[in-house]
Design a protein around this ligand. Structure first.
Ligand code: DX5
Ligand code: ZN
Length: 228
């Protein structure tokens, strides 16, 4: 398993394979890797927590054999407990659970950390950043959703910057090294506002894998982030 580094001085650009050509995933991943992606974002959906289906542990295991990039696994599932061990075994670098999911999240986050995997928590657009407070000591990553989860290609929601700056404040106060990742509607235009509000990792699906030139799309998002 590839370890996720602690937050660095740069902004991580994280392509989400949800928008990649599913019959040419290996090609898409290799373009992303050569184009300078920092990690890969893998969306896991169960058809209950979100009204869609996507990948499973076998996808993560296969990707692991093909890339040197860390896999940032976003669990949009109602019962994360049922899946944690399989994704750890498959080689996930980070596992992010939703605060709105079922189960004892403290126990689950500790279980992830104990196995050497970075532990993350995600909030949907209507969840208040303060709800993260009880978990902060266990976190390596916080994922702020700036669309309603389930589908790629949606627009960045208006309350995104407020959500991001609320989480940034919590991280600052904790004094801990926690990634602040933003997911949903990120492109070269919205990247700027997300970074200004405090993000240091940007997930982008449609803006990267929907582009004709994947490397160029990554560079454009990175440049927008650096200019913020
Ligand atoms: C949505 C997923 C996202 C998705 C983002 O539920 O969590 O990771 O791939 O896609 P874009 O960047 O197209 O909004
Ligand atoms: Zn995601």
């Amino acid at each position: 398993m590839i370890k996720l580094k602690t937050p660095q001085s740069y902004v991580a650009v994280v392509p989400s394979i949800l928008s990649a050509d599913q019959l040419n995933l290996a090609k898409a991943i290799s373009f992303a890797e050569q184009g300078g992606a920092d990690w890969l974002h893998i969306d896991i959906m169960d058809g209950h927590f979100v009204p869609n289906l996507s990948f499973g542990p076998a996808t993560v295991a296969c990707i692991n054999k093909k890339t040197v990039l860390a896999q940032d696994v976003h669990l949009m599932v109602e019962y994360p407990e049922a899946f944690i061990n399989s994704f750890v075994k498959a080689g996930a670098s980070a596992l992010t659970l939703h605060i709105e999911a079922k189960g004892d999240l403290k126990i689950l986050l500790s279980q992830i950390k104990k196995q050497g995997v970075a532990a993350g928590i995600s909030i949907k657009p209507d969840t208040k950043p303060q709800e993260i407070l009880p978990y902060v000591e266990l976190l390596d990553l916080i994922l702020v959703m700036t669309v309603y989860p389930g589908f790629g290609g949606q627009g960045f929601l208006e309350n995104g910057p407020a959500q991001i700056s609320g989480v940034r404040e919590i991280i600052k106060r904790s004094g801990r090294q926690i990634w602040l990742e933003v997911d949903g509607g990120i492109n070269k235009e919205t990247a700027r506002g997300a970074v200004k509000a405090g993000a240091n990792a940007l997930v982008a699906g449609n803006a990267i894998f929907g582009a004709r030139d994947i490397a160029k799309a990554i560079t454009e998002i990175r440049e927008a982030a650096d200019a913020s």
